[in-house]
Structure formats: structure tokens, C-alpha cells
Design a protein around this ligand. Sequence first.
Ligand SMILES: Cc1cc2nc3c(=O)[nH]c(=O)nc-3n(C[C@H](O)[C@H](O)[C@H](O)COP(=O)(O)OP(=O)(O)OC[C@H]3O[C@@H](n4cnc5c(N)ncnc54)[C@H](O)[C@@H]3O)c2cc1C
Length: 369
Amino acid sequence: MMRTAEADELDVIVIGAGIAGLCAAGELARAGRRVLVIEKSRGIGGRMATRRLGEAVCDHGAQFFTVRGRAFGAIVAAAHEDAAVQTWCHGFSRDGSIGVDAASGDGHARWRGTRGMTDLPKWLANELLSSDLAGRCDIRTGAQITAVAVDGSRVRMSLTNADSHAEELTAAGAVITAPVPQALDLMRAGGMLGGAADVVSSEIRQQLEAVAYDPCFTLMLVLDRPSLVPEPGGIQFAPEAAGPISWLADNRQKGVSAVPALTVHATGGFSRAHFDAPADTVAALLLDAVRPWIDGDPATAVVAQSLHRWKFALPTTILAEPVVAVTQSPPVACCGDAFAGPRVEGAASSGLAAGRWLSRVLTEQEDTP
Ligand SMILES: Cc1cc2nc3c(=O)[nH]c(=O)nc-3n(C[C@H](O)[C@H](O)[C@H](O)COP(=O)(O)OP(=O)(O)OC[C@H]3O[C@@H](n4cnc5c(N)ncnc54)[C@H](O)[C@@H]3O)c2cc1C
């Protein structure tokens, strides 16, 4: 719970503790706002996800990130100073042959979390909860927002806590970082969209409804022997490559796992085509595709495995603006990796932009007599 602010004194509720939500919350808290981040999962990080399988550690969402812009660069530099992130390499093989393919060597470092990809969101969360921000921010995990509504000059949210207890919270503004189809569902459930209290213009609604995502299957395989994945421990298959996989990594070579453990990502096409297929069938097809990088018979080399299905993995439509203002009064913004730039850096930049926008609108409204 909030340490310094009662729930009804909240300035902003941020839905989602992925990189976009944490960046938005940081921007708002640094501007003096009291912020509550609500996350439905038990842990934070969203699609920057790291999972333990026995002794193995597997990054099973985002695998690495690049840094191009100044604002995200400053965050990564500070996290690096605290040893939360480090560079992994400067590119990957595109077909699994030895060495880094020249085509992937664009000069940009590929960064990773020191112990796994969740290290960057965890570092951001620690910064938010630090005393520097004077207790202006809190993060509640295991709590799912079920509806977002406009109630006079405030935003009203319904949520279900981990113990299934229902609760309502209000705030002066909101940032929604859930994948856009889920954000639209939350606004529909609260009547903001298509209901009696419809406050969203048809133009904004059409923009948001145009956003689509590819799903992605992730297969994690723990091995009893070193893999044959070439250095530096990742293969980023060229988009035109035939076959069901887009990415293969060895988490031990990457430096996050004590034992050999592979992360296999299926292509968007394969994941769409097999989305409702039984998990065993999908796992068998993906395992077959990575046989060349397993030393020996997979029946004995693979000692544990797990399949994860991401429904909204990567946006296939990116909107032009980093933040979409759904309503101005009260201010509600949608942001994330479908806004202005994809991937980890795009999501972070979008979150920062949403935080700045909300902070400015709230100040303008307070200054208006
Ligand atoms: C398989 C895979 C591989 C990827 N590989 C890369 C890569 O190598 N490099 C790269 O840069 N990017 C990669 N990405 C993309 C990258 O992970 C995302 O762009 C980025 O993490 C998105 O951050 P976000 O904060 O916008 O969204 P998310 O990380 O999805 O955060 C949204 C959060 O909102 C929470 N939430 C949703 N609805 C609710 C609700 N109703 N109530 C409360 N909480 C809610 C979710 O649980 C989630 O934690 C990959 C993604 C996937 C899935």
C-alpha cells in the first residue's frame, strides 16, 4: 500500500509494471506526483521476463536491448553504474554458422540484464521506491485492473487483488501500458468506450483499434551438456529464413545461467498458425527445429523443458506518436511498445513521454482558475 498518500489522494495510477509503466511512473514521481503502479503479475518487468527452471535461468521474453536515444541512454548508463545491466555483444549469427554475421553488426551494443532481463525493470522499481522520491511512488503486484472509467474529474479503476478481493481506486489521471487490445477492453468495461459515458473520440478509437500484435511461443530447454550455439550465444534468424524459429539463445553463454539452457522463439507466422495447438505438439516441432544446435540426442540431452505462449508479443502496427491522449480531462494516456518505436527502448521512450504529458496536463489544470 501507499506509504505516504492515501489511495484517494493519488495523482496517477499506472497500469502495468513493464518498462513503459516504470519509466512513466519515474517521470511523474520526479515531477512531484504521487503515483501507484498496479501490476497483475506477481513479479515486475512484463515482457522483460526471466524464469528459473531448477538451476537454469532463462530469459523468455525480450532477449537484449539496444540504446539509440539520449533519454533511454541515461537510464541504461545509471543502471550500468549500479551493475544492473551490461553489454552482451554487438550482433549475432543470422543462420547459426560460426561467428557474427556482418549484416547484424550495425555498431550498436546489445545489452542484457546482469542476471537476466528483469534486472533493468527491477532496478527501475528500486529507484522508484527509493527515499530520493520521498515515498511518492508505490508498486502493487498481483492486482489486476478490470475496468477504467471516468468519474467527473477523476479516473476510477476497479481492481481484483491476489486474494480475489475487489477494490475501487480513483486518481486525477492514468497511464495505461497494457497491450492496446487489453487497454481497449479495460476502457470498454468501464464505459469510457462504446458505453453510456463514452468519452473517447472516434479518431482516437480508430487509431487504437488499428494496433495488432504477433503472438510468440517460447520454448525453454535445459541441457545436460554445452550447446552448439555459436558465440556469443545467440542466433537471430534472418526474417526470410525458412523454418519455425526466429531466435535461439544459450543462456549460459549469455552469462545468466549456471547450466546450459536454451531459449527458442517461434516466428510470428508459426505462432499464429499453432496458437491453439496442444503444447506438446508445438514443443515437439520447435525442438525438432533446434536439433542442429543440441550436441547428441535431444531425448537424453534435454533434462527439463517449458513452453510459454505470449499472446501479445510484438506489435505489428506502430502508431506514429509516442503517447496517445485518450482523454484530456481527466488525463488518461495509452503508451508502450506500439507507440512511436517498438521493442524495449521504444516502450521506455513511450513511457517517459506519457509521464511528461500527464505531468504537464495535471499542472495546467491545477493552474487554471
Ligand atoms: C518473446 C519476445 C521476445 C522479445 N524480444 C525482444 C528483444 O530481444 N529486444 C527488445 O528490445 N524487445 C524484445 N521484445 C519486446 C519487448 O519485450 C517489449 O517491447 C517491451 O518489453 C514492452 O514493454 P511494455 O512496458 O510496453 O509492455 P509489457 O512489458 O507488456 O508491460 C505491460 C504490463 O502491464 C501488465 N498488465 C496488463 N494488463 C494489466 C491489468 N489489467 N492490470 C494490471 N497490470 C496489467 C502486464 O502484466 C505487463 O507487466 C520481445 C518480446 C517478446 C514477447
